[in-house]
Write a protein that binds this ligand. Sequence first.
Ligand SMILES: Cc1ncc(COP(=O)(O)O)c(C=O)c1O
Length: 382
Amino acid sequence: MSVPALQAFKQAFHSAKTHLNNAGLAPISRPARDKLCLWADYFYQDGYFSDAEYAAECEQVRHNLALLIGCSPSRVAFFSSTAVAISQVAFSFPLGPRDEVLMFDQEYGSNLFPWREACLRSGALLRLVPSGRDLSAPLDALLGAISAKTRVVAISSVQYQSGAVADLDGLVKACRDRGIFVCVDAMQSIGLMPMDMDALGLDAVAGGSHKWLTSPVGVGYLGVSERLANLLKPLSVGAQSYGSCDLPTQEVCELKVDLSRLEPGSKASAEIIALGASVEMIQNTGVVNILSEVERLANRLCQGLLVAGYRLLCTHGQDAPVRGSIVNFGPGATSKRRTNIDIIDALNGVGIRAVLRGGGVRLSPHAFNSDEDIETALFALR
Ligand SMILES: Cc1ncc(COP(=O)(O)O)c(C=O)c1O
């Protein structure tokens, strides 16, 4: 490994356990942990004396997160999860009975259910587009489903079961001239794959803290385009939708102009500040360096699995180069482990947690993993 920043990244994680379900819940980085401890102490010792400082730190995180996703900080808002961020968009998007929302039939619930419920309430139709073989997410299938009624395409940048990567550029090109909004659940890619939402022309990018951003559970975020920002009305309101807690409460008041108007009150500040520490570390490492290391490790895993007789259930790793981290596999004709449960048990036996997803077993290395981690998994399966 030649990039010193990547070396530093690897050293910023606790290594007593083998973490290979990072598409589920990644360990938090040491900088994130240190910030959490620091702020726990500040809040313990300083109370109100920390008031201005924590608010300023949260704003710095908003700024850095905006850089990471390619959007202006004035168009970024914090929530408690991806689901809440997507719900904010879905429930305040002006849908009506003649409208359609499109997504793949394999979307995660935090993307599926907000849009499904928004369609039910507004009378719009949610059209689920059939995925391709091995849960691929082919652009052609989405484009073929677009009609004059389509108002929104709401898809994941990376699908959580198969790791299928969306062609967002192709999608936006097809949607732009038809006035269709493209909203992305980017939970499985932010921190792992480069994202420049304004350059791509995406309308919404939503995600959360606890996977590829290696920070505590409990922070969601949303970045939106100008045109979507102009449409969004807050689902919840409170003192901070209008101003700060120090402004007098009065009946006549104006909503904030920037997207922080969607944050009605106090935020999960310690978690947001910890997220900021990981975001900074990721920016210093370089997302492209993280991605190439992840793909190297995922490819090593795929090739080892194939040699050991397992069947890959994702569209990459065998006939196509690995993209991203997610490796989904199951027993093959000559594999030692004969069922998915056998596979999970064997991995458990060497201290590795894996999950059942989409008909197979999912493993998902991060750039802090080592070659030995991959070999430990393969050893259990050979
Ligand atoms: C594609 C995708 N979106 C979102 C999430 C997390 O959603 P939330 O933050 O609402 O728990 C996951 C987690 O598994 C996911 O895979």
